[in-house]
Design a binder for this molecule. Structure first.
Ligand code: 6MZ
Length: 347
């Protein structure tokens, strides 16, 4: 992270709904991981994209491969989960939905179930330690691993939804959008939906996914990740926009990620403006705060300065994110009360 946001944006209570665990590792934590595994010879430039730098999405995905080598034991996962949650809390995030792909590592004996249970343990420890943040978890399906693994992941998520005391609330579909086709994942996603898991799906992250998005919108998802190429001005279609609006599906929007990952040419061309002007629910998120060197407060400040949002409009934006979350009703209510009590008298 290059430059901390101004105090208004840091103090603004925030909701983070799109954060991949291993993409969210800070420089300090990364240093710790690198020092634990010096034989891997990892340089910081391999795991983060700094100010003014750009990488294609494909190059960004290379970073995850490196990071996964650094995070391959229960100890690493616990440390990373707690550090990431602590950093979001320090940035003023009051409610966080973390997502991560269950991973097995034969070398260290890590299983997918252990992986997720360790993240859940990290979430529990942060709560016990009194951190001022509520955290829920989305189990991620990596599209690169195909439909069979997706089905197994859904079964694991179903089990953990029951055993995690409400920490596991949903399922994410992510991974390199150039790989595989969404139609292959429909049975797994449908099964997840039927058992009460909420669906947060990466949709139209690249231009060629129109047909896939049409299909996945029929499920429908409960939230859309990115949706960069949904609207007609960028090669999407009016019918896609109409479906998203009809079903009122919130969008998780990640400005820095999209600009640094080259799917959007500049901040002022970000699709936030298109959807915001329609009055459609938009939630600002970080995506991968470590890989893209950002913070949620910085994303709010960036949106405000790029699109000329007043502080009051920024406040409303952060408040509206509560209703887009997968938090149960009473928690949403408690968060809303919190926003009321923290609201400045004057902006
Ligand atoms: C799609 C992404 C992503 O799961 O190991 N991921 N998938 N688009 C993106 N936009 C840049 N950013 C991250 O975190 C890393 C994984 O999250 C997904 C990829 O599957 C990546 O391997 P976890 O915690």
């Amino acid at each position: 992270m290059e430059k901390p946001a101004d105090s208004f944006y840091r103090q603004l209570p925030k909701v983070e709904l799109h954060a991949h665990l291993n993409g969210s590792i800070s420089v300090a934590t990364m240093e710790n991981l690198i020092s634990r595994k010096p034989h891997l010879n990892v340089q910081h430039s391999m795991t983060a994209i700094h100010k003014g730098q750009h990488r294609t999405l494909g190059q960004a995905f290379q970073a995850f491969k490196v990071i996964h080598q650094l995070v391959d034991t229960e100890e690493d996962i616990l440390m990373v989960a707690k550090a990431v949650i602590g950093e979001f809390a320090a940035d003023g995030v009051k409610y966080l939905e973390l997502r991560s792909t269950p991973r097995e590592e034969t070398k260290t004996g890590l299983t997918k179930r252990m992986y997720v249970e360790t993240v859940i343990e990290g979430i529990r420890q942060c709560k016990q330690e009194g951190l001022d943040i509520e955290v829920r978890f989305l189990v991620a399906v990596d599209r690169r691993n195909g439909p069979q693994v997706a089905m197994e992941t859904v079964k694991l998520a179903e089990d953990l939804m029951v055993s995690s005391d409400g920490v596991v609330v949903g399922l994410d579909l992510s991974g390199d959008p150039k790989v595989g086709h969404g139609k292959d994942f429909v049975p797994a996603l449908q099964k997840a939906k039927n058992c009460g898991l909420k669906l947060a799906l990466h949709l139209s992250e690249i231009p060629s996914q129109k047909e896939e998005s049409e299909l996945l919108l029929t499920l429908p998802p409960d939230r859309i990740g990115h949706g960069t190429f949904l609207h007609p001005e960028v090669g999407g279609s009016q019918s896609l926009v109409d479906k998203v609006r009809e079903k009122n599906i919130p969008l998780e929007l990640c400005l820095t990620s999209n600009v640094k990952g080259l799917s959007v040419p500049s901040y002022d061309k970000h699709h936030f403006l298109y959807w915001y002007q329609l009055g459609h629910p938009c939630v600002l998120c970080t995506d991968d705060k470590g890989v893209f060197s950002t913070e949620l407060s910085q994303e709010y400040q960036l949106a405000a300065s790029t699109f000329g949002l007043s502080q009051e409009a920024v406040w409303t934006l952060s408040q509206q994110a509560i209703s887009c979350s997968f938090a149960p009703g009473p928690l949403k209510e408690a968060l809303s009360q919190r926003w009321v009590s923290l609201r400045p008298q004057v902006f």
